[in-house]
Design a protein around this ligand. Structure first.
Ligand code: UDX
Length: 421
């Protein structure tokens, strides 16, 4: 099939390159010249495990351009994969979605063949039908579901595992209305053997939010129970092993610690809260999820001050800055509030992360960075913020360690405090 992809960020590039591996031809549309050049030189515009190899292997099956009309003319189906960031108040910012919809509409005006537009970006329920559809219809002077197809197909890609998640998803959710689009989808996803759930468009949008909100809830719940465990001298990891054995609950995504970060969970939960309020609902559980998550990293400071009450002038080591291992992404990383608070208290910080130091330095140029994890141990106390594998190799004996992520080896430290264990 001939596919065009608007937005070559992490969802767009992984989806597009994944489709080339399945035998399709893909044209990426982006406004960023640097990204276009990178893609046309077979260089990944973002870091993602396995992507570079797939880009090399399929180099004859894709290219990038900033020309919407060329890309849409030469393709049968267009995926919108642009970012949907947060506004100040947590609600979703649809600026990129709107501009993509308008550009697509302008081009569709001159195309006679049936073309399908698919929203893959995470958008709050009803956005596809109430925002994207009228914009395309106005610009193209055509009718959705008759002259062109419109659908919603959420992504469930984890950073660092995105390629694997593309090829082996738990499920594919297709929000469709017209039969023509439905059969094009069936053909596009024919190689996938996972369950394929066909719903209406707004249900597909909600499935994405409800999934992320539930996973975020699972983590905040684990942390709330974990905080109680800590006070009672119980290891939350053992508790959740026992809890997860109930097949109705499932053991995955139950790691207590210092909470969730990244580009999706914090933003998506807040966007759903804002949407709920807009329709007159009071989403108490999701508000509590955010509140627990905001407080959780500060538990590390409480535990640290038990051992070093006055942090002024003390050398504090930070192991890990990325929001999770195997990425250089620091968006909403739990390291950010921790470092902010340590700076406020006058501590001297020395930090190490195998991939995320360059990004972190842009936010916090004033702290010291070091090229090895061992150097961080040379401090009055060490805080483990991200569970990189290499932190299991360090010798923590004689040290004061506050562990936010359960590093087994660190438990041998002279003074050891786990956040929820
Ligand atoms: C997430 C979803 O998993 C994915 O399906 C969605 O489409 C995008 O958002 P991602 O943000 O890449 O993916 O990371 P994920 O691996 O889900 O972790 C998110 C955060 O939760 C990380 O900060 C991680 O440290 C934290 N986490 C995860 C926990 O604290 N405990 C857990 O048990 C699992």
């Amino acid at each position: 099939m001939k596919i065009s992809i608007v937005g070559s960020g992490y969802v767009g590039i992984v989806t597009g390159i994944g489709f080339t591996e399945l035998g399709n031809e893909v044209i990426f549309i982006d406004t960023d010249k640097a990204k276009i050049n990178a893609i046309n030189n077979q260089e990944p515009p973002i870091y993602e495990k396995g992507l570079e190899e797939l880009m090399m292997k399929n180099r004859d099956k894709y290219y990038a351009t900033d020309d919407y009309s060329e890309a849409i003319d030469k393709s049968d189906i267009t995926f919108i994969c642009v970012a949907t960031p947060s506004n100040e108040n947590g609600s979703i910012n649809l600026a990129y979605i709107k501009s993509a919809a308008k550009e697509i509409g302008k081009t569709l005006k001159n195309k006679s063949d049936f073309h399908v537009i698919v929203v893959k970006s995470t958008v709050v329920p009803r956005t596809t039908e109430e925002v994207v559809k009228p914009l395309i219809e106005n610009e193209s002077r055509k009718k959705a579901f008759e002259d062109f197809g419109l659908a919603m197909n959420p992504e469930f890609l984890r950073e660092g595992n995105a390629i694997e998640d593309f090829f082996s998803p738990d499920r594919i959710v297709l929000g469709v209305k017209d039969d023509r689009t439905k059969s094009i989808f069936e053909e596009l996803y024919v190689q996938f053997s996972c369950p394929k759930l066909i719903t209406d468009i707004k249900t597909a949008e909600m499935i994405k939010y409800a999934s992320n909100a539930f996973l975020a809830t699972k983590i905040s719940f684990a942390n709330e129970i974990g905080n109680i465990c800590k006070k009672l001298g119980i290891n939350a990891y053992e508790v959740f092993k026992g809890v997860g054995l109930d097949h109705r609950i499932n053991p995955a995504f139950f790691r207590a610690g210092i909470g969730f970060g990244g580009s999706c969970f914090p933003k998506d939960v807040k966007a759903l809260i804002a949407k709920a309020e807009e329709v007159g609902e009071n989403p108490k559980i999701m508000r509590a999820v955010v509140e627990v998550n905001d407080r959780q990293p500060l538990k590390m400071l409480e535990l640290l001050k038990k051992h070093i009450p006055n942090l002024k002038g003390k050398r504090i080591g930070i192991l890990g800055l990325a929001f999770k291992p195997d990425t250089d992404d620091i968006r909403e990383s739990r390291a950010i509030p921790i470092v902010e608070r340590l700076i406020e208290e006058g501590a001297k910080i020395i930090a190490y992360d195998p991939k995320a130091m360059d990004n972190f330095r842009k936010l916090f140029p004033q702290i010291e960075y070091t090229s090895s994890a061992e150097n961080v141990l040379n401090a009055d106390a060490v805080l483990v913020v991200t569970e990189w594998d290499e932190f299991e190799e360090l010798d923590y004996t004689e040290k004061v360690v506050i562990d936010g992520r359960m590093i087994e080896r660190a438990r041998k430290a002279a003074i050891y405090e786990g956040v929820c264990w």
